[in-house]
Design a protein. Structure first.
Length: 186
């Protein structure tokens, strides 16, 4: 009986392990951009509202870095974070090394939000995180700067195509709804 209750709780997406538990979507580790070691997304960002974005430095949408950083600065005190994942999947628009990407983002746009290792976001080589984001929404990134909104309990609650800018009222309203939702207790 106890084991079946635990299985039902896990299947329902309710965590048993501490307040940072945010479900299996975030139970992954990535290396910080041009950095060492691994960051477990669940341990570091579980319980926060997240905007996961595939980025590129040589794209028409690249100026969105500025708006993403503004969101991070404005909303991080309320439990929000932007997580950037550089990708070269679309027309080779992120060809640089991780050190070059980091330098560009920092010097050109003042990016301080967390950026992680360069990954694939579509196709057979897509990282499991992006396969799960695609599966949860039915929408794979069609280009750079596709955005997935993650609730405090680790569910994908919305996705926004590249053309939706960080200051778009619809995106901002969706983030505000998630920030206003009760913090899950586990």
């Amino acid at each position: 009986m106890r084991n079946s209750l635990i299985a039902m709780v896990i299947a329902a997406g309710v965590g048993l392990a501490g307040s940072a538990w945010a479900g299996p979507l975030l139970e992954r580790s990535f290396r910080p951009l041009a950095g060492q070691g691994q960051v477990n997304l669940n341990q570091t960002y579980g319980g926060k509202v997240l905007l996961i974005v595939n980025t590129a430095s040589k794209c028409g949408f690249t100026p969105q870095y500025e708006g993403l950083e503004a969101l991070q600065q404005t909303l991080s005190p309320r439990g929000f974070a932007v997580l950037g994942f550089p990708s070269n999947d679309f027309k080779g628009q992120e060809p640089g090394t991780e050190a070059q990407i980091q330098e560009f983002c920092t010097l050109t746009y003042g990016v301080k939000f967390p950026m992680f290792e360069k990954v694939h976001v579509v196709g057979e080589e897509a990282t499991p995180l992006y396969r799960d984001l695609t599966r949860a929404t039915g929408v794979a990134p069609a280009w750079n700067f596709h955005k997935y909104l993650i609730s405090r309990d680790g569910r994908v609650v919305a996705q926004f195509p590249s053309k939706v800018r960080p200051d778009d009222p619809e995106l901002r309203a969706a983030i505000e709804r998630e920030l206003a939702a009760p913090v899950p207790r586990h």
